[in-house]
Each structure stands twice: as C-alpha cells, then as structure tokens.
Design a protein around this ligand. Structure first.
Ligand code: SF4
Length: 417
C-alpha cells in the first residue's frame, strides 16, 4: 500500500482543505502516515501570508526531501500559487499545484506515477472554482470551509492574488455538506473562509441565511464563526448569535490597526469608532463573549506617534486577546508602492508591545470568568491523566480523564481564571 504524509501551514482553511485532499487519497487505497515518517508521497499545503510563513514552507519542503529522496514531493496552495517558479528550483520537488488545481492532486499524482515527468504542473491560473471541504481537528471538532477568495484587496495582503475572488457554494449545498459532517459524529463545527462574511454574495444569498439553516441541523451542537470582517458582522448576525443555542459567544474580528490613519492606508472598510461600537454591541448582548482580534504591527505610516494611538485604542477595547503579526512586504501588493516604511526594529518593537497588551487582556479575561460555570466539549487527548476541552467562550480547561465524557458537553466551573 502506498503511503501519504501531509504538512499544512497557515490558516484553518488550509487545514480543512488538506484533510479533504488526504481523504481523497485514503479513499483511493493510500495509507495516511505522520509527516516525520517515511512516505511515498509528501504533500505540503503552503501559506503566503507573511515572509515567516514562506520560510516555514521552504523548511517543510527540505524536510520531506531529506526524509525520503525517492518520494514524490507535492507543493500546493498559496505559496505555490504565487511563487511556482521559485519552488520549481528547489531540488526534489516533483509536483507544484496552486489553489486552482490542488483539489485534483490525486489525479496529478497518478499522472506523475504513470509518466514520471519531472513536474506535473507549474501552469498556475487564478482559482475560480469552489470546493467545500472539512477537517477533523480531533473527532469532536471540525473546520468547515464554506467560502474562498476575497475581493477586498487590503493594501498589505497577497491572499486575493493567491486565492482569487470571493466565492462559495449555495446555502443548500453547504447545508448538505453540514449534514455529512453531523453524521461523522463531530459535535462542534468551526465555519472558515478567507472572507467568511461574503458567503453567498455571488449567488444572491447571505451569510445570515446560511447561519439560520445551520442552526436547525440535528447532531451538530456547537458552531463557531472563525473570523469575520468588522463591516460584515452586522447587528442582525450579532443578535442571532446572542439568541442561538448553537452559535457560541466567541468572535474573531480582525482589527489590523488601531489608528484611523493606518486603517485608511490599509484600505480597511471601517474606522476605530465603528470597531469600538461593534465590540460594545457584542458585549452588551453577551457580556462573557470571547473576542479575539488580529492586529498587524509596523505597517507603513505606523510612526511612534501613531503607535501610541494604537496602544491607547487597543487598551480601551473589551477584547480577550490579540493575534499579533509583524508586517512584511508581500509580492504584488499596493503597500510595496507606498511611502512611510517602518524599519524592521520598530516593527518588531511594536509587535512586542502589542503582545504584552494581549497577554494582559487574556489574563483579565480569564480572571473575569473565574468561578463561572460554562459548557465544555471534552476532547479525546489525554495528558498526564487529564482531558481537555473548550468552554463555549473559548477558555481551555482540563479535568481528570473520564473516557465516558469524550465528545460530550458538560457544565464546568472555571477555577483557575
Ligand atoms: S479582507 Fe483584506 S486581509 Fe482579509 S483576505 Fe481580504 S484582502 Fe486579505
């Protein structure tokens, strides 16, 4: 039996897609093994969001090539989409597929095995088709890809070039796939996409219509919306989540910059006043909600003076924690032609300071939840006699292992806030 190993970098969308791709191989008789084992085929699903992500892709490619020099090495996804020529120069790489063709990897591998051509495809075109996909993080939780691509072209972001324009399946098709997930036994579904809130736009449907239908599916007990642009998180959606028993009080709302000048330079579609009001609305309806925010440090124009505004603004927000990124120039983006570059030392220093703020926000959020009783979905992993799970508002907790609790939801009182 032939063996396949995969390594995924980047976002939850990539993880959902990798799972679906690997499933297509196991259904065709391949055995799935760990990436550090010897395999006949290594698949590296890549990311281009930062320069660091690209460095990790190169490292993973080298690891695969050194693990088994006779293996087929397939590099797929966003980095492959944007930099196919560069990857083709790396010794040992056999197949390169961008986001347009990666879902047909099985076909390309079979083709390669038959013809033994050095590279099956470096002909990369803008992705246009859409494939629903889902992964199992463990058997309790699934990342469900409901949307792909983005039309926003924020000035720092290469993702619209790597993933193409926004697109999705219809509400009906998406709900059908959700029934399949329900029958797999997973209790929690995380809705993922590149710009999730634009779901349905090309079909004349809305994200809220999808949420309403998903809420009715038997078997799935919890949904999280993985990330949604502030301008697309409408008051209607917030009210719906507040009253739904299945959609959890957990939001991931990219902020990116805490200064109106920098937000304008980024071509973001909101200002700080809008963002602040949005969070107040959420907290007004769901006081215990967990709110995470992406923020980028050191974008063009983020002088020390602007950065003081950023810190003041972020400190004023009822967020639970930040995902801090350091800005790095991406190919093809408008930011490359802009003035006001910040040197790398200042970028890193801004990043460090934002991380300190994030740590303190997280500590305060956990403290605020101490003594509260929240529902927890228990996972199957056991470490030192303990099992783990997340509360509805995304606090990771543990209790002594009890196998009868795996994939069940029980009430749990948070003790170490
Ligand atoms: S919304 Fe902006 S940051 Fe997000 S994927 Fe689209 S262009 Fe990139």
């Amino acid at each position: 039996m032939k063996t396949i190993a995969s390594h995924t970098l980047g976002c939850k969308l990539n993880f959902a897609e990798s799972s679906s791709i690997v499933r297509s191989f196991t259904l065709a008789g391949w055995e799935h093994v760990e990436f550090d084992q010897r395999a006949d085929l290594y698949v590296i699903n890549t990311c281009t969001v930062t320069a660091i992500a690209e460095k990790k892709c190169r490292t993973a490619i080298r690891q695969a090539v050194s693990k088994n020099p006779d293996a087929i090495v397939a590099v797929i996804g966003c980095f492959a989409q944007n930099t196919a020529d560069e990857i083709a120069k790396i010794e040992g790489v056999d197949i390169i597929l961008g986001n347009d063709k990666k879902h047909d990897l099985l076909h390309y591998v079979n083709d390669y095995l038959e013809k033994k051509q050095a590279l099956s495809s470096t002909q990369i075109s803008t992705p246009k088709s859409f494939c629903l996909a889902y992964s199992h993080a463990d058997r309790t939780r699934t990342f469900f890809k409901i949307q792909d691509g983005c039309d926003y072209f924020c000035t720092y972001c290469a993702i619209p070039f790597a993933r193409g324009r926004s697109r999705s399946a219809t509400v009906e098709e998406t709900v059908m796939m959700a029934h399949e997930i329900a029958s797999s036994g997973a209790k929690e579904v995380v809705l993922t996409g590149v710009n999730t809130g634009t779901f349905g736009q090309q079909n004349g449907e809305t994200f809220l219509q999808l949420l309403l239908k998903l809420d009715d599916i038997d078997g799935i007990e919890r949904y999280r919306i993985s990330s949604i642009e502030p301008n697309l998180l409408t008051e209607e959606i917030i009210r719906f989540v507040a009253h739904s028993k299945k959609f959890l009080p957990h939001f991931h709302i990219p902020l990116q910059a805490g200064s109106d000048n920098v937000l304008k330079l980024m071509h973001r579609r909101y200002d700080t006043a809008f963002y602040s009001h949005l969070l107040e609305t959420i907290k007004g309806l769901m006081p215990d909600a967990c709110i995470a925010a992406d923020i980028m440090a050191g974008f063009n124009g983020e002088t020390d003076e602007e950065f003081e505004k950023v810190k003041t603004f972020v400190n004023s927000l009822p967020i639970s924690y930040l995902h801090v990124f350091t800005f790095s120039e991406r190919p093809n983006t408008a930011a490359l032609k802009m003035d006001g570059r910040i040197d790398i030392h200042h970028r890193r220093e801004h990043s460090r300071q934002l991380q300190v703020i994030s740590d303190e926000k997280k500590r305060l959020f956990y403290m605020s939840q101490k003594g509260k009783t929240r529902p927890v979905l228990w996972e199957s992993d056991v470490k030192a006699g303990y099992m783990y799970g997340f509360t509805d508002n995304y606090i990771r907790v543990r209790r002594p292992y009890d196998p009868s609790l795996v994939n069940t939801i029980t009430e749990f009182t948070i003790s170490n806030g």
